[in-house]
Design a protein around this ligand. Structure first.
Ligand code: ADP
Ligand code: MG
Length: 694
């Protein structure tokens, strides 16, 4: 293997490549665009495009694509070759500045939620020079934003960039009030921890539910699940280890800072965490990571499952979005430093987060909505659907002492005594970790833990950035009026605590007591996607997003439609897959096995042998099969009922209440029958096979 520092970023047209290959003036102009958000001159773009093309061709590349993130939640690309015909019947390789900065993919086949009629097919992609071009699978990929002919955003990147802008503007106002004139730009940073399952590819191919829906729709619980707690951080098996090694290398080539890898709680479950970076780059990188995971798995005869709940009965997969705010001078604005009590600037930023999370709980919940994640939230493996935040005792005490004008005594940091002399003593953290909170302060950042594993992190970060920007705006408006600055800040902190401390909860979020307590505090508990989505378009939220120019009202309605449509379609596909698997495979299998049993009864009777066992089993299975066929009918009927709805929100509620319930019923009967039917006859690999296959 080449040395890692040489490998790292070798497939990225990043800063080093630009510096090396661009004329000084061009490099400077491009840097200005990247750093100050200035418009890109076409002359500069032409020079950059040519250098980029030459670099790509040296790496064996023949095609380029604008790489964008439509509302499907995955990424999209359309490959164009560099060839351009010459008069003498040959070709040369060309790539212009115009092709670099603007693309025109046919937008009609991407979800737009009514923003664009299908006959208005035009859509535009525009280069986002803050995210570097890279080579993936022999194709030069240019990260772009995607919008409609009318300029409405059709992707996840445009509003993310807008939200970073607004947070920058408002945070700078606050920093100036604190007398800071050095900082030119404030950014948010994200490190997303990605969970996934790895199973054997051959087995995956045998299951239509995995192929169509990315999750199992049937499957009896195996004798062994995760109850022994022997998988988490366990030693990594050779096949998985080979996969992880190649995954790291592929990601490093793409400039992704893959750092940590380990086994997760469920059998066959693993995690990868990168080192954090700027939010829009982290978003691109997380999309790339998911794609590369699938591709590398394929090469290793494995299937990588990124669904939130591929298997019932064991943990599902999430994605922890570690989020912070930092300056171009390298300061982390969420760092409490050694003296949080005296650090008013930190406390004010912290209060902006507290107030924002409380006032926009609904949006936080909406930002992680989706059919897959509904299986996880509140299922004792992930935080409940109730939004709250963990600050830890120290910070809570600091804030409470300000709220109540009481003295604050620093808890003495104590040493951890290991009781063995050869081990070093180290300073204990002032708070233990809380693993159950949906939004936990973890030292110098917040960890938003409600995200599902397949989700693009763009959505949650758009919400976080915008909500915090809004609170900072309100604070700045008030503080800029003048008066005694320190006093005014303290007043703001006090007021925030009085009005919003209900959102702070440092206890066990998985307990039933918390659900009851949260209700008393008036916190929302929006259990499913169908329940939470209507909040997205509430007046206060429309006001928030339009005021900060993140979404227009039309864009919000389009997103509301798209998310709910996606939810309904997902449940529809799952229901149809269940019906197909039931009719084509499960019923024939149970029937065949029952016949085998009855044949045995008849044959054994001829020699006068005992037949009670087969008889009992055949009768039992027959009556279960009758119930099963009735449940198939019920699901069929439930699906027919979908037709009556015009409004997508109503339709989603119906899917949740009736279709999903019918699916659960059907599954229950099949899973019982599975435990009785011969392994030879059962039509696909079982949970035991899948979970312990690698
Ligand atoms: P754990 O599994 O205990 O939550 P990890 O160390 O696996 O912790 O992951 C922590 C993540 O938080 C890493 O991706 C890390 O890069 C990220 N992180 C650390 N500091 C910051 C920061 N200032 N902003 C955003 N993310 C951060
Ligand atoms: Mg974590």
């Amino acid at each position: 293997m080449t040395k890692v520092p040489e490998l790292f970023g070798s497939m990225v047209f990043g800063d080093a490549a630009m510096k090396e290959r661009l004329p000084k003036e061009t490099y400077k102009a491009l840097k200005k665009t990247i750093e100050d958000g200035k418009d890109l001159d076409i002359g500069v773009a032409n020079v950059v495009a040519n250098a980029m093309k030459n670099w790509a061709i040296e790496h064996g590349v023949t095609h380029f694509t604008h790489w964008f993130q439509p509302m499907t939640g995955t990424t999209a690309e359309k490959h164009d070759s560099f060839i351009s015909p010459t008069p003498d019947g040959r070709v040369i390789m060309e790539f212009s500045g115009k092709e670099l900065i603007k693309g025109e993919p046919d937008a009609s086949s991407f979800p737009s939620g009514g923003l664009r009629a299908t006959f208005e097919a035009r859509g535009y992609t525009a280069w986002d020079p803050t995210s570097y071009a890279f080579i993936k699978d022999g194709i030069l990929c240019i990260p772009t934003a995607f919008c409609s002919y009318g300029g409405e955003a059709l992707d996840k990147k445009t509003p993310l960039l807008r939200s970073m802008e607004t947070l920058n503007d408002q945070a700078l106002r606050i920093l100036r009030l604190f007398g800071n004139t050095q900082v030119k730009r404030v950014l948010t940073t994200v490190g997303p921890e990605q969970e996934y399952f790895l199973i054997d590819r051959e087995m995956y191919e045998k299951r239509r539910d995995l192929k169509y829906c990315n999750r199992t729709l049937f499957g009896a619980k195996p004798p062994k699940g995760q109850e022994m707690d022997d998988h988490y951080f366990g030693s990594i098996r050779p096949r998985v280890s080979a996969f992880m090694k190649e995954l790291d290398e592929e990601l490093w080539k793409l400039g992704v800072l893959a750092k940590t890898k380990h086994n997760e709680v469920a059998p066959a479950q693993h995690e990868l965490a990168p080192i954090f970076t700027t939010t829009n780059i982290a978003t691109d990188h997380n999309q790339l990571t998911m794609e590369v995971m699938r591709r590398v798995a394929y090469r290793h005869g494995l299937a990588c499952l990124l669904h939130e709940k591929p298997f019932a009965g064991v943990n599902g997969s999430g994605k922890h979005n570690n989020w912070s705010i930092c300056t171009d001078t390298g300061e982390n604005l969420l760092n409490p430093t050694d003296d949080p009590h005296g650090n008013l600037q930190f406390l004010l930023f912290l209060c902006a987060v507290i107030k924002g999370v409380d006032e926009y709980q609904d949006l936080m919940r909406v930002s992680v909505a989706g059919a897959g994640n509904d299986h996880r939230l509140g299922a004792n493996e992930a935080p409940p659907a109730i939004i709250s935040m963990f600050l830890g005792d120290e910070l809570t005490n600091v804030l409470e002492s300000i709220e109540t004008d009481s003295d604050y005594t620093d808890q003495v940091k104590c040493n951890m005594e290991m009781g063995v002399h050869v081990l070093p003593n180290f300073q204990k953290d002032t708070t233990d970790r809380n693993r159950t909170s949906p939004f936990a302060f973890t030292g110098n950042k917040f960890e938003f833990r409600m995200l599902g594993s397949s989700l693009s992190i763009a959505g949650p970060n758009i919400i976080l950035n915008t909500v915090v920007a809004e609170e900072l705006r309100q604070f700045a408006d008030e503080l800029e009026k003048g008066g005694c600055f320190a006093q005014d800040v303290l007043k703001l902190i006090k007021r925030t605590m009085k009005e919003h401390k209900r959102i702070i909860f440092n206890g066990n979020n998985y307990s039933d007591e918390w659900v009851a307590e949260a209700e008393k505090r008036g916190l929302l508990n929006l259990k499913s996607t169908a329940d939470c989505m209507p909040y997205f378009i509430h007046e206060k939220n429309v006001k928030l997003f339009t005021a900060h120019h993140i979404f227009t009202e039309a864009e919000m309605h389009s997103r509301y439609e798209i998310i709910l449509e996606n939810y309904c379609k997902t449940l529809n596909i799952e229901a149809l897959t269940m019906l197909q698997m039931s009719k084509k495979s499960i019923i024939p299998a149970v029937s065949a096995y029952t016949k085998e049993l009855t044949d045995a009864v008849l044959a054994k009777k001829q020699i006068g042998a005992e037949v009670a066992a087969e008889e009992r089993l055949a009768c039992e299975l027959s009556s279960q099969l009758t119930c099963f066929v009735k449940a198939v009918d019920a699901l069929d009927q439930a699906l027919l009922g979908v037709k009556q709805f015009g409004e997508i929100g109503e339709c989603a509620k119906y899917y949740r209440e009736y279709v999903f319930a019918a699916m659960q019923e059907l599954r229950g009967i099949s899973d019982t029958m599975e435990t009785f039917v011969s392994k030879k006859i059962w039509p696909w690999p079982t949970y035991g096979d899948l979970l312990f296959s690698v």
